[in-house]
Design a protein around this ligand. Structure first.
Ligand SMILES: [Zn+2]
Length: 223
């Protein structure tokens, strides 16, 4: 578990905003899990965030951002996005190495440096995990023809469009299993035990559900 002081106000707000963008409801226990902090630490943090006008906690226990909270969260997410792109596009760091680095640096960026990054990288590009500033709602992705690996069809060829990047350990795991943005794969079977068997250029692999749910695909084999 992390030191609760190391998990800042911005981390909480960003986690809530990202979940909201994915169409998920946020409970204090969800935050404890995602941010790897204890339940009492979350209670303390939410109390402060509520007092300062960043969040509201409903009678249903759901944590929601206020307008002020949403603005701060979006700004943190934008800085995170720009730093990931800087590390990848300017310094050539690999996609599976940069998430934690960006988590640290996003709190240290001055407005002047942020402006420089925007100027250099431009707006609207995808991060090296294939994501926009905020994650997209799964329903919207499916409308566009994308599908998570956990629901992909056997016998069909796919290209990886993006990876859910909340968990750096998962990113490393996917990399070690030959999966990354723009990699091609063929689904061999969706198995009874909720795993999925896939064929990659480097060989076959079997992924469990938590990993398969984090990989988004579009049908096809082209680049
Ligand atoms: Zn990313």
């Amino acid at each position: 578990m992390k030191d609760s002081i190391a998990v800042s106000k911005e981390n909480y707000l960003k986690a809530i905003l990202e979940a909201d963008a994915e169409g998920r409801q946020v409970f204090p226990a969800t935050l404890a899990h995602w941010l790897e902090v204890s339940a009492p630490a979350v209670t303390m943090a939410l109390k402060r965030l509520k007092r300062d006008g960043y969040v509201e906690v409903g009678a249903d226990g759901i944590v929601r951002l206020t307008e002020k909270g949403r603005e701060t969260a979006y700004h943190t997410a934008l800085r995170h996005h720009l730093i990931e792109r800087m590390l990848s596009e300017i310094f050539g760091m690999e996609w599976y190495e940069i998430h934690e680095e960006a988590e640290r640096l996003e709190h240290a960026v001055s407005p002047a440096f942020e402006a420089k990054l925007r100027e250099r990288l431009g707006e609207g590009g995808a991060c090296p995990h294939g994501n926009a500033v905020l994650p997209e709602n799964p329903a919207e992705r499916k409308c566009r023809g994308e599908v998570p690996l956990s629901e992909a069809l056997p016998g069909q060829h796919y290209v990886v469009t993006s990876l859910q990047e909340r968990d750096p350990q998962l990113l490393l795991f996917l990399h070690r299993n030959g999966i990354g943005p723009s990699k091609q794969l063929c689904v061999l079977s969706q198995n009874y035990d909720q795993t999925v068997s896939i064929q990659l250029h480097g060989g076959d692999s079997i992924l469990g559900r938590p990993a398969a749910e984090a990989v988004w695909l579009r049908p096809g084999t082209d680049k």
